[in-house]
Ligand binder design. Structure first.
Ligand code: LLP
Length: 468
C-alpha cells in the first residue's frame, strides 16, 4: 500500500509517467509530506513504511543501494520545469528563447534532458562548453558567458561555432575580433550590460549593480562606448544586449526596472547610431522555495513580467519587439534534486545544542557557509513521524562552520538514519569539492520507479588520479 500526502499531486501536462494517475492512487492513504510540497520534487510521496519516495523510488533503498551522500534528481520535475518555461515564455507574435543556465547543474544527462525539451544552453566556461558538446548539444543553441574568457576558451567557442558569444569587456571584444579574423569567422555576439540594478538577494549573487565585475555599465557611459566600438568592428556581428541582475530573486519588480533601463538604452542606441537591437536577453534569477516561508513567483508570472515589460517599453519608444530570451538555472533544477546523507554521530550538549553529524557537508553543499543559505531537513526513513527534536545538522569536515542546517526540527534521530535535505538540485553538486579529500558523491536520476546513476561516486583512486 502506498501512503501519500495531502492533496493529490496531479502530474503536470506532458510529464511522461508510465503509471496512470488512477493507478498511482489506488489503495492510497493520505499523509502529509515532511516539508512544504513546493520544496520537494513533484513526484515526492511517503510510502507505507514512512519512507520518502521520489520518482517512484524509495529513497531509503536508494541510499542503501548507491551509498551516501547521494544526490537524487527527479526526471519528471526537471522535464516539468523545462516544459513550464517552454509553454509560458511565449506570446503571440513574439520570438522567444529559453536558455537553460547550465552552471546550476550540468552533466551529459542534464544536457540531454534540456535538449529533448527544446531548450538552448548557457555555458560559462570552456569546460561547460565541452560537456555540452560531448552531450551533442547543437553549437548554435549554445551561449557562452564569462567576464574573463581565456583566449583558449574563445578559440574553442569560435571553432565550435557557438550561437552567441556574450561579450563582457573591451579587452574581450579586441580578443574576439583578433581570433575571428584569424579564423575568418564572424561570431554573433550580445553585449553584456550592467543596468545598475540591485535586486534583493545575497550580495554575492547580485550582478546588475554599478559596482560589478560583469559587463558594460549603463550609467557611466561605457555601454554606449562599447556599442560604438562593436559597430565599428567588422569581425563580429552585434545581435543585441544581455543583462543578468542576480539570482534567487523573489521580487519581480527588479526585472521590470532593469528592462525599462535596457530598452531606454536600446532607443538611445537607435537614435545615436541607427542600429536597432534585435535581441534582448534578460538573464536568469527566478528564486525557488528552500524553506516553508519562501514564496517565489511562478514561472508564468516571471515570463509575463519579462515579456510584458519588454513589450511595454519598446512600444513607448516606438521600437520593434526584439527577440526575448531568458536564462533560468536554479528554477529548473533546484527543487528537482535532494541530497541523502547517513547520520553517523549524535552529540548532545546539555542545555546548549544537539549536533547530528552526517557523512557529507560543505564538500557537497557549500551554500550554507557561502551565502548563509537556509535548508530544511528531515529523516527520510521517518518521513511520517512527528518532528519532536531540534538539532543542528553538521557535516564531517574539519571546520566548525561546516553546518548544513541550524536548529532543524526532526523526528527522533538515531545513528544510521537517512537524512534528507531537499532543494539541493541547484549549485550543489556543481560547487562540490574534494576538501579533506572527500570523494564527490554519486548522482542518480529517478523516474517511473527506476534509478540510474548519471555521475558515479568518486573513488579514493580518483583522488590521486591527477597527481604526477
Ligand atoms: N545567466 C547568467 C549570465 C548567470 O550568471 C546566471 C547565474 C544565470 C543566468 C542563472 O541564474 P539562476 O536562474 O540560476 O538564478 N552559486 C550561486 C548562484 C550563482 C549564480 C551565477 N549566475 C548560488 O548557489 O546561489
Amino acid at each position: 500500500m502506498i501512503i501519500m500526502h495531502g492533496l493529490l499531486p496531479l502530474p503536470p501536462a506532458r510529464v511522461r509517467l508510465n503509471r496512470s494517475v488512477s493507478e498511482a492512487f489506488r489503495g492510497v492513504t493520505l499523509v502529509h509530506l515532511p516539508v512544504k510540497k513546493d520544496i520537494l520534487p513533484i513526484t515526492a510521496e511517503v510510502n507505507g513504511r514512512g519512507h520518502l519516495v521520489v520518482g517512484g523510488c524509495d529513497t531509503v533503498e536508494l541510499a542503501d543501494k548507491f551509498g551516501t551522500p547521494l544526490f537524487v534528481y527527479d526526471e519528471a520535475t526537471l522535464r516539468a520545469q523545462c516544459q513550464d518555461y517552454a509553454d509560458t515564455f511565449t506570446a503571440p507574435g513574439v520570438d522567444t528563447e529559453v536558455i537553460y543556465a547550465a552552471k546550476a547543474f550540468i552533466c551529459k544527462a542534464m544536457c540531454e534532458i534540456t535538449m529533448e525539451e527544446g531548450l538552448s544552453l548557457d555555458v560559462s566556461s570552456g569546460g561547460e562548453l565541452f560537456v555540452a558538446r560531448s552531450a551533442g548539444v547543437a553549437p548554435e543553441k549554445i551561449y557562452l558567458h564569462g567576464n574573463n574568457k581565456t583566449p583558449a576558451e574563445l578559440e574553442f567557442a569560435i571553432r565550435e561555432g557557438v550561437g552567441r558569444l556574450v561579450v563582457d569587456s573591451f579587452n574581450e571584444l579586441d580578443l574576439v575580433a583578433k581570433l575571428a579574423a584569424e579564423r575568418k569567422a564572424c561570431p554573433r555576439i550580445l553585449l553584456r550590460i550592467t543596468p545598475g540594478i540591485k535586486p534583493s538577494t545575497h550580495s554575492y549573487i547580485q550582478t546588475g549593480q554599478i559596482d560589478s565585475k560583469f559587463g558594460f555599465g549603463l550609467a557611466d557611459g561605457t555601454a554606449m562606448e562599447a556599442i560604438e566600438r562593436v559597430l565599428a568592428t567588422k569581425e563580429v556581428e552585434l545581435m543585441g544586449l544581455h543583462a543578468h541582475i542576480g539570482s534567487q530573486i523573489f521580487k519581480l519588480h527588479s526585472y521590470a526596472k532593469a528592462i525599462e533601463l535596457i530598452v531606454d538604452f536600446i532607443a538611445e542606441i537607435r537614435d545615436k547610431t541607427g542600429f536597432v537591437c534585435g535581441e534582448l536577453n534578460s538573464g536568469g534569477g527566478l528564486g525557488i522555495s528552500y524553506e516553508a516561508a519562501d514564496e517565489p513567483s511562478t514561472i508564468a508570472e516571471y515570463a509575463e513580467v519579462i515579456i510584458g515589460n519588454v513589450r511595454k517599453a519598446t512600444a513607448a519608444h516606438d521600437l520593434p519587439m526584439p527577440k526575448v530570451m531568458i536564462e533560468p538555472g536554479r528554477s529548473i533544477v533546484g527543487n528537482a534534486g535532494i541530497t541523502l546523507y547517513r547520520v553517523g554521530t549524535i552529540k548532545k550538549i546539555p542545555r546548549v545544542r544537539t549536533y547530528i553529524s552526517v557523512d557529507g557537508g560543505m564538500s557537497d553543499n557549500i551554500r550554507p557557509m557561502l551565502y548563509d543559505a537556509v535548508y530544511e531537513a528531515f529523516i527520510a526513513n521517518k518521513a511520517d513521524r512527528k518532528k519532536e527534536v531540534t538539532a543542528t545538522i553538521a557535516g564531517k569536515h574539519c571546520e566548525s562552520g561546516d553546518i548544513i542546517v541550524k536548529d532543524a526540527k526532526l523526528a527522533a534521530v538515531e545513528v544510521g538514519d537517512t537524512l534528507c535535505t531537499p532543494a539541493t538540485g541547484a549549485y550543489g553538486y556543481v560547487m562540490a569539492s574534494n576538501y579533506n579529500k572527500q570523494p564527490r558523491p554519486a548522482v542518480v536520476m529517478v523516474a517511473d520507479g527506476k534509478a540510474r546513476i548519471i555521475i558515479r561516486r568518486e573513488t579514493y583512486e580518483d583522488l590521486t588520479r591527477l597527481e604526477v
